[in-house]
Unconditional design. Sequence first.
Length: 104
Amino acid sequence: MSLTEDYYNEDLIWTPAQRNVDGTTKKDGSGRVLYNTPQTIRGCLTEKIKLIRDKTGKEVVSSGHATLSESVGLDDKINGRLVIAVSAHKDLDGNDEGRTVYMA
């Protein structure tokens, strides 16, 4: 258990997007993202409006972010809100320490 996991004091609902072999999200015939079954994970949710860059490099407004240790990716959902950007954290040895995901 990493040191940061001590601060993950909230239950969050993570709905992962279905992924193709190359890591891109699967979509139905009308272009909507397909999702797997929601699951509960531990994290820390912060409701704070912030200007960020999305996956295309466009500046967008994030209505909040969550810090967690799960491998949440773009187009997943946290508490029903779409993940639009992900920032990975590394420890001093270069190992994954967690991530911050920004939501629309």
